[in-house]
Design a protein around this ligand. Structure first.
Ligand code: NOJ
Ligand code: NOJ
Length: 522
């Protein structure tokens, strides 16, 4: 009898919850990502709106404290896990890279809300405070000792979720982490400054404190290691990589701007930042082999080209272009104008074109959409299937990234009312979007379509449509409630690899955000 009434009571409670939860969720700015509502695949625009919220909520599901599903004993407040998956594969760790890029989405969203979504601010600050500890934790990459100038520990790629060091063999160091983290924190500091705020987390005494104690060590790491080899963002190859170099360059630029705001007392640092910025830029443009005479695209890891192991095509190149530039407004555009290889640079465009040409045939599922966007993987030679090494597959991150590049191109042309200048090197890319025969050639062999001309408008619209066709592919491969793993099978299209990959959600969210910006100005 007692048992029976307990069951009835349980049913009632569950029943009431089932009734109340949707009410609660629809009112809360962050309804739980665990909603089992089916996504609308028939109507692209309805899906986009749903997917944007679903993705954001799934990001939050994977961050301690703000997550409705994680326990803060396992995942402390502000810790970002790469995926909740603990076996097959185990991604239940915090990667410096994944966390920095994901928290960056939160910072963008906070800024879009005009700094009103304060629970995001407190999550971001907990992330920053955690990283203060991680930076100072001895680990297998080394340690941090400012007094002796030892910054080696900052190259550690990942830590346990509970903020302890990961003591197993891994591809380390990964030299992209400090720069990515420094840039994310810089964007947050600028947001605090813009809204005339100071941090509220008890450990983070002021904006100056964050700069001195957390950003500066990361800058020192880059000053020391920018020309040393390290593992790439895919954690496989110990060498020099375009993604790492270009995001480090961005971080140095950020560091220089922060120095002028918060420092001015350490001229030696200022000089080093300036000199290293120039050296790294020169390395990227002239010495690294990221560009090669005779090759129209970026070579992500030149050492692999020389040994004949890879073509150099890699989605890391697109991620590098995206995460090293900002172009929301004139001030940002000007600040980063000096960083090479933005989304409309010809090598980047040709990498894009060549990746599409390769993966269109490499992944059988792409046969079903002739002439349109295609599902993209990490790089042609990839054999990681999300669990073990067999055959590579398309990734959500790669597919969303190229769509975001296209939206940024559309935004840039239309927001700044730029003429469309098509260099000789970029012609093959633009030929897909407009008939170039009859375009005016100038002495530099450029074709120029003035802002607002019919050709300009046609290219803008076609670029945006092309971007949507990549998003359509993502729509077809997320599950019925909009969930995203790391990859989707190249034959069947079914998802595989780490489930609910935080970075997948962050990259689709970023992409849809840029889509809105682009369409607003189109
Ligand atoms: C796990 C890494 O994170 C992934 O990037 C890599 O491809 C596989 N290991 C295989 O090495
Ligand atoms: C494997 C990916 O290759 C790497 O880039 C990522 O950091 C980890 N998985 C965690 O998501």
């Amino acid at each position: 009898m007692q048992i029976k009434s307990a069951i009835i009571l349980t049913w009632m409670v569950l029943g009431i919850q089932a009734f109340l939860l949707p009410l609660f969720y629809s009112q809360s700015p962050f309804f739980s990502g665990k909603s089992s509502e089916r996504i609308e695949r028939e109507d692209f625009n309805v899906w986009l709106n749903q997917q944007k919220d679903i993705a954001f909520n799934h990001i939050l599901d994977n961050i301690g404290g703000i997550s409705p599903v994680l326990n803060t004993k396992d995942v402390p407040v502000g810790v970002v896990i790469a995926s909740p998956s603990k076996v097959h594969p185990n991604y239940f760790y915090q990667w410096i890279r994944d966390s920095a890029l994901t928290i960056r989405s939160l910072v963008y969203r906070l800024e879009d809300s005009d700094f009103t979504e304060l629970n995001l601010a407190s999550t971001i600050e907990s992330y920053i405070a955690n990283n203060y500890h991680l930076q100072r934790l001895d680990n297998w990459s080394g340690k941090l000792n400012v007094a002796t100038g030892d910054y080696s520990g900052l190259g550690e790629p990942k830590f346990h979720a509970d903020l302890t060091a990961f003591k197993e063999v891994w591809g380390r160091p990964q030299t992209d982490g400090p720069g990515l983290r420094a840039t994310t924190i810089t964007i947050y500091l600028n947001s605090l400054e813009k809204h005339n705020r100071q941090p509220e987390h008890e450990l983070l005494l002021s904006r100056e404190f964050i700069y001195h104690e957390i950003v500066k060590p990361d800058l020192h790491y880059i000053l020391q290691y920018w020309n040393s080899s390290g593992f790439d963002l895919w954690e496989e190859v110990n060498s020099m990589h375009f993604f790492t170099s270009i995001t480090q360059l961005r971080a140095l630029k950020d560091g220089l701007a922060l120095y002028e705001k918060y420092d001015n007392k350490d001229p030696e640092l200022f000089e080093k930042l300036n000199a290293t910025y120039e050296n790294l830029k020169n390395y990227i443009v002239n010495e690294s082999g990221y560009t090669q005479p005779g090759l129209p695209y970026i070579v992500e890891t030149p050492s692999l080209l020389y040994t004949g192991k890879r073509s150099g095509l890699d989605a890391a190149t697109f991620l590098g272009a995206l995460h090293s530039h900002s172009l929301e407004n004139k001030e940002l555009l000007d600040l980063y104008a000096d960083i090479p290889f933005d989304v409309s640079e010809s090598h980047i465009l040709n990498s894009f074109r060549a990746m599409v040409a390769d993966m269109k045939y490499r992944y059988p599922l792409n046969r079903y959409r002739p002439g349109w966007g295609v599902a993209l993987g990490r790089y042609p030679e990839d054999i990681y299937d999300g669990y073990v090494t067999t055959e590579g597959n398309p990734w959500f991150i790669s597919t969303a990234s190229v769509a975001e590049m296209l939206f940024r191109m559309v935004y840039k042309l239309n927001y700044y009312k730029e003429d469309l200048v098509i260099s000789k090197e970029a012609r093959d890319f633009y030929k897909q979007f407009i008939d170039l025969v009859g375009g005016d050639d100038n002495e530099d062999n450029e074709i120029i379509f003035p802002y607002g001309s019919p050709e300009f408008n046609a290219v803008s619209a076609n670029l945006a449509d092309y971007a949507d066709s990549f998003l359509e592919i993502i729509k077809d491969h997320v599950d019925d409630s909009g969930r995203m793993s790391e990859q989707f099978n190249k034959y069947s299209g079914y998802m595989q690899g780490a489930e609910d990959l935080t970075w997948s959600y962050s990259s689709i969210w970023n992409c849809i955000r840029w889509r809105s910006k682009a369409l607003e100005v189109l």
